[in-house]
Ligand binder design. Structure first.
Ligand SMILES: Nc1ncnc2c1ncn2[C@@H]1O[C@H](COP(=O)(O)OP(=O)(O)OP(=O)(O)O)[C@@H](O)[C@H]1O
Ligand SMILES: [Mg+2]
Length: 455
């Protein structure tokens, strides 16, 4: 690969979180019966009159602003020659910044626009499900400025952080190779059909090798759309790449131009989601979190929001960070789920921290309480009371057990009295064992010391 430079531009599609579709009142309910969420408008029947969804425009304006775009004051919808209207060149001159290999990288955006999502189903079997058709879809197209599959993924993650969307992002890489040092772009292919970031990487790596082989043989790459088949790990040709001409775009006659006033842009500004870099800075300055930990905690937006909320509730950001990065992350990894899908919420973590703070439970017991809460979703207080896990803080009760332990272990007790002070550790351990970890260790220590020196 020393010979070639990899050039990647990404088209990212995200379904917007609106209640209804882009041009009609149908709601798209995931998992609904095929064609249940449709009406003559989203079925594209001739003669129907579409009306633009204001929320969809609002969401896309926000996304545009979040990515530093200039918002075109007046935008029109075009129709492809079949019935998918596109809103071309809605926002321009944007960029997305992200960290890659320790450096801040900025990739320019070619355009962001709003379009309708397509149908699903299997056209070869004449089975079409129009439920998804007409769902507002934001398309974010980058310039070809990414130079490795890993960098492309870092960019995707950054976009994922910024957007408010539902479902999953659909990322389609366009990839070409050119001789190192060349300024001219090589012929690209577009790869479709990847579900996870890992599949995306596999697909891009496969495509890099395939194109390199073609160029090495002195042949030419054909510009086409490829499908990546995860089961074989290979890309296969799907269709030749259409030029814009092939779509026969024409201005949609039934829709007025979307006018986006300065006031509207102004109103949209304050509701912008906090960008990861800003959030990281705030965690460091407001919560006194180390840069490395802030990096970890802002890895995904749900994770950052979880931490933020827990820190606010408990007033103990460092303790929250330790729990989240330690035990909670371990539990999430084992269960192979993301924090937003966990039964444990910031309220759980807050309650857990309070229980440790007022000495109701020890840190060690707290770990098992968290395990339980993670499993069942029960609140820590409830778990502690149901399982009788509260620490024994009653001095006389502990003293009884201490006396018993000293009597049963004359050897270590004598060692302590003879000056081997560390022998107390063993005795503390025995008391903790006798109380199944429920005695307050500090109290045990105090009482033991007193008992052993007055004896
Ligand atoms: N030679 C190239 N190598 C790698 N990526 C490229 C190359 N040329 C264009 N791209 C990238 O391909 C993506 C799509 O580009 P563009 O909008 O020009 O084409 P398109 O796929 O024909 O558009 P549409 O999908 O709307 O029909 C962009 O992200 C762009 O950066
Ligand atoms: Mg394309």
């Amino acid at each position: 690969m020393e010979k070639y430079e990899i050039v990647i531009g990404l088209e990212i599609h995200a379904e917007l979180c609106t209640e209804s579709k882009l041009f009609c009142n149908c709601a798209y309910i995931f998992g609904a019966l095929a064609n249940d969420c449709t009406c003559p408008i989203c079925l594209g029947m001739p003669g129907t009159l579409p009306v633009i969804n204001r929320r969809a425009v609002e969401f896309s304006v926000r996304a545009g602003l979040a990515m530093g775009c200039e918002i075109t004051p007046s935008s029109k919808f075009d129709r492809k020659n079949y019935f998918y209207p596109d809103l071309p060149k809605n926002y321009q001159n944007g960029q997305v910044s992200f960290e890659f290999e320790g450096e801040l990288r900025t990739v320019a955006l070619r355009r962001i626009h709003l379009e309708e999502d397509a149908v699903t189903g299997d056209p070869t079997r004449s089975f079409m499900d129009f439920n998804r058709a007409g769902v507002p879809l934001l398309e974010i197209v980058s310039e070809p400025e990414l130079h490795s599959p890993e960098e492309a993924i870092a960019y995707c993650r950054a976009v994922k952080e910024i957007l408010e969307y539902k479902g999953s992002l659909r990322c389609e890489p366009n990839l070409s190779l050119r001789p190192k040092g060349s300024k001219e772009l090589g012929t690209r292919t577009e790869i479709k059909n990847k579900n996870s970031f890992q599949e995306l990487i596999d697909a891009m790596e496969y495509e890099v090798k395939r194109q390199a082989r073609i160029l090495d043989a002195g042949e030419e790459v054909v510009q086409e759309t490829l499908l990546f088949d995860a089961s074989t790990g290979k890309t296969v040709a799907m269709r030749g790449k259409e030029e814009a001409d092939d779509y026969r775009y024409f201005p949609e006659p039934d829709l007025v131009h979307v006018q986006i006033s300065d006031e509207w842009i102004e109103e949209s500004q304050p509701t912008l989601p906090e960008l990861p870099a800003a959030r990281r800075k705030r965690f460091i300055s407001d919560y006194d979190i180390s840069p490395d930990n802030a990096e970890f905690l802002t890895n995904t937006r749900p994770l950052a929001e979880f931490f933020d909320e827990a820190a606010r509730l408990s007033g103990e950001p460092t303790t929250c960070a330790n729990w989240i990065m330690g035990d909670l992350t371990r539990l999430l990894n084992t269960a192979e789920i993301e924090i937003q899908d966990a039964k444990v919420t910031p309220a759980h973590l807050n309650e857990l921290i309070q229980l440790i703070g007022d000495a109701t439970i020890s840190g060690k017991i707290a770990k098992s309480v968290l395990d339980d809460a993670f499993e069942t979703g029960k609140m820590p207080k409830q778990i502690v009371s149901e399982k009788g896990l509260a620490q024994i803080t009653d001095t006389s009760e502990i003293e009884t057990i201490v006396l018993q332990v000293v009597e049963e272990n004359p050897g270590p007790a004598q060692d302590y009295r003879d000056g081997t002070k560390k022998a107390i550790g063993f005795l503390v351990g025995q008391v903790m064992r006798a109380t199944r970890g429920k005695a307050n260790p500090q109290l045990v220590n105090e009482i033991l010391t007193r008992v052993l020196s007055t004896d």
